[in-house]
Design a protein around this ligand. Structure first.
Ligand code: CUA
Length: 346
């Protein structure tokens, strides 16, 4: 009914042809559909309006204030547009003259609103409390994955950051190749990773939880598949995670696993990947010392299951075209041995 009314009104006022009217309807429906999809994301694990830290809460409040003010402006402008069209039909003039109206509503009022929002935005940035201490995590952006280092602990991992809940963590961010942007919207704003500079930034999670981050700067073909996970653990569980990941590897290796390790070297995986305390010392791809515990493969492309790992080894380009990971044609028995070995790396 509303659609029929809008159609009748638009036709009488705007004199749209049938073809243009159809285009308007398709665009409006597309916009509504896209907006609805944004609200459907599972569990809000990547959402700036579901903050999980003080910093993200301040940013979310700023966003809601801007949304409210700009929605009010939008409604007002639409109402004035309607009035202008109606008056255009009747030939009535704007009271006080059109010039004064343009100066007040086109210059003075927008300036007040924009300056007000600017002040509020700067003030929000200034009130974000920079922590004075916190453990350091170094993050390096590659096309298209994240290397994560805990320099004080000697831990190197990829595409996931573990941190203790309730404690700030300082990030030192840099890029290996092109500009990337680190963004975990539930925890904080964005910061760029640059090839020549180290940017310092901090995150903190108020409570234990699990969030998704995403590269927020177009960085090439697989920019969209450059995701990361942040896992905040209760302090005691975090200490256990640290202890487990500091442990030299392999602690013990059975004859079967050593056959899998042989396949790893025969297939030249060690040229690009490192496994701590073994001969594998490649620095081109992610460190695999604890690949068995990783949540995803290919920087969030797929979940880390045995079947996905097999596909990632055999046909990585089918999952993430353009990535540096080459196809590895292995016979089934070799593949099984290699999977057993990789999954044993905890
Ligand atoms: Cu890295 Cu986009």
């Amino acid at each position: 009914m509303i659609s029929a009314y809008v159609q009748r009104w638009s036709r009488s006022r705007c004199r749209l042809s049938e073809r243009k009217w159809r285009a308007v309807r398709v665009s409006a429906l597309g916009w509504l559909f896209a907006t609805a999809l944004v609200g459907c994301h599972r569990g809000h694990e990547q959402s700036s309006v579901h903050p999980a830290s003080l910093e993200a809460a301040s940013i979310a409040t700023l966003w809601w204030v801007m949304f409210a003010v700009l929605t009010a402006v939008f409604v007002l402008v639409m109402a004035l547009t309607y009035l202008a069209i109606s008056r255009g039909q009747t030939g009535k003039k704007v009271p006080g003259g059109a010039g004064r109206f343009v100066v007040i509503s086109g210059i003075i009022v927008p300036s007040i609103i924009l300056v007000g929002l600017l002040i509020y935005s700067v003030q929000t940035t200034l009130t974000l409390r920079r922590p004075t201490e916190g453990r350091v995590i170094q993050i390096t952006g590659f096309q298209w994955w994240w290397e994560v280092r805990y320099p004080e602990l000697g831990i190197i991992t990829a595409n996931e950051i573990y941190l203790p809940a309730g404690e700030p963590v300082w990030l030192e961010l840099r890029a290996k190749d092109v500009v990337h942007s680190f963004w975990v919207p539930n925890l904080h704003g964005k910061v760029d990773l640059l090839p020549e500079t180290v940017n310092r930034f901090w995150i903190r999670a108020d409570e234990p939880g699990h969030w998704r981050g995403q590269c927020a700067e177009f960085c090439g073909k697989q920019h969209a598949l450059m995701a990361l996970r942040v896992v905040a653990l209760p302090p005691d569980e975090y200490s256990a995670w640290e202890a487990r990941h500091r442990r030299p590897h392999p602690v013990s290796i059975t004859p079967e696993l050593s056959r899998g390790e042989e396949v790893f070297f025969r297939a030249s995986c060690h040229v690009c990947h490192r496994v701590r305390d073994t001969r594998a010392d490649g620095r081109i791809g992610p460190d695999l010392t604890h690949i068995g515990t990783r949540l995803t493969l290919g920087a969030g492309s797929i979940e880390n299951t045995r079947a996905h790992l097999a596909k990632w080894i055999l046909e990585p380009q089918a999952i993430k075209p353009g990535s540096l990971m080459p196809h590895s044609p292995l016979a089934q028995d070799e593949l099984d041995l290699l999977l057993d070995y990789l999954q044993s790396l905890h």
